[in-house]
Design a protein around this ligand. Structure first.
Ligand code: FES
Ligand SMILES: [Fe+2]
Length: 424
């Protein structure tokens, strides 16, 4: 039974009901209609390079185990024992030929087969068909440039179609040099008392807050100073399917203020232009969100993060630092340190953001405050499709056009009964 979501999002007028950020039944519907349906990011290839390597993550509130089996094939399963549903693998990552449940000892091989059941002969009289009780796989699993994604919906379009034009923008972050990128420095994980959509929309297109929320962090030298300078060539862009990117003008320094990083960026410019083509001359993609909950950022630190939903008013952030694999060690080190200082859980920028998102979520508990919609009207009606960029593009660097695209997609998915329904 699909709940009518009409009236919660009016992307033509730039209005979004506060109910979508706080009400439990809307959240439950999101888990079903968005998180159990869209392609969601799992991990990067560099986190599971060897046979037997695994990485534990989440798709919505479902625990998922990504594992490269002993033959080298990557799988993703519900990280759930089929017997009584205990969480199977408790480790964050590691290497294993098999996984044994802590409760009664059922054992699964790293390709998902149920291989061991204690007292199979005596207690089950060999009547349990182990072929029926292997781990539950995701419906589709695929990777783009080393980024592994999965969906629980067999009807979802192929990953490459789901990404659409956003794929090129991902290349500008992850495919700048031969060998692509790698994740370094582990995973930062923390829980924030806010709805998952506030951080997702922030990275999607909120250049507007940087010169205000983060001014003290900018002034103390954390980077992002390009946002406090005039940049007439900056744009907000929606390449389709709810994905979005923020673009700084070509003349803007959109990197962390570290001499090693700046010199490196200067040095690789010709290679970058060769690999990415003429569009890169229009400007620098600095941040974005792959719908629904994967966000990326480049200038202050190279962070990629997943906003795992944990209830209407709780989000678990998982943040990773990515670097060009071919970058020299001093550049990788500078980027890793900036990742912790600026966008770690105690980072100079991160603290400002978390506090704001918490405030935006908490006031929605008020039954009266909830009656008043939120304003997403900046630059309303001034965005146009730019064929050169392959994206709906704003007319100024600050605009809420990307937010409107994000919530339009959200509303479409919340109302659609299937992917086929969405296409029509
Ligand atoms: S719950 Fe896993 S073996 Fe019983
Ligand atoms: Fe911010």
């Amino acid at each position: 039974m699909i709940r009518d979501t009409n009236g919660l999002v009016d992307s033509e007028q730039g209005l979004v009901s506060r109910r979508v950020f706080i009400e439990p039944d809307i959240y439950e519907q999101e888990l079903e209609q968005i998180f159990a349906r869209c392609w969601l990011f799992l991990c990067h290839d560099s986190q599971i390079p060897l046979p037997g390597d695994f990485f534990s993550t989440w798709m919505g509130e479902d625990p998922v185990l990504v594992v490269r089996d002993s033959g080298g094939t990557v799988h993703a399963f519900l990280n759930v024992c089929r017997h009584r549903g205990n969480r199977l693998c408790r480790a964050d990552h590691g290497n294993a030929a098999s996984f044994t449940c802590a409760y009664h000892g059922w054992t699964y091989t790293n390709d998902g087969r149920l291989s061991g059941v204690p007292y199979l002969k005596e207690a089950y009289h060999n009547e349990l068909d182990r072929n029926q009780w292997g781990l539950v796989p995701v419906a589709q699993l695929d990777q783009y440039k080393g980024l592994w994604f999965a969906t629980f919906d067999a009807q979802a379009p192929p990953l490459r179609d789901y990404l659409g034009e956003m794929a090129w923008y991902l290349d500008t972050f992850f495919d700048r040099r031969d060998g692509g990128i790698e994740f370094i420095g582990g995973t930062h994980k923390w829980i924030m008392p806010c709805n998952w959509k506030f951080p997702a929309e922030n990275f999607a297109g909120d250049g507007y807050h940087v010169h205000w929320s983060h001014l003290s962090a900018v002034q103390t030298g954390s980077g992002g100073d390009f946002r406090t300078r005039p940049d007439d060539a900056g744009r907000a862009m929606s390449p389709g399917n709810g994905h979005s990117v923020m673009f700084a003008g070509p003349e803007m320094p959109a990197d962390m203020p570290d001499p090693a990083v700046l010199a490196y960026e200067e040095r690789i410019k010709p290679e970058l232009q060769r690999r990415l083509g003429p569009r890169i001359a229009l400007g620098k993609p600095v941040a974005g969100t792959v719908f629904p909950n994967l966000s990326i950022l480049r200038p202050t630190s190279r962070t990629l993060r997943v906003w795992h939903p944990r209830g209407p008013d709780k989000t678990e952030c998982w943040a990773f630092v990515y670097v060009d694999k071919a970058a020299p060690p001093e550049v990788k080190k500078a980027i890793r340190l900036a990742g912790a200082r600026v966008f770690g859980p105690g980072g100079t920028f991160e603290q400002d953001d978390m506090d704001n998102w918490q405030g935006c979520t908490e006031t929605g508990r008020g039954i009266v405050a909830r009656r008043y919609p939120l304003s997403y009207q900046m630059g309303l009606g001034r965005e146009t499709f730019d064929p050169e960029r392959g994206a709906v593009t704003s007319d100024y660097r600050y605009s809420e056009a990307n937010h409107r695209g994000f919530y339009r997609r959200w509303a479409e998915l919340m109302a659609a009964s299937s992917w086929a329904d969405l296409a029509t």
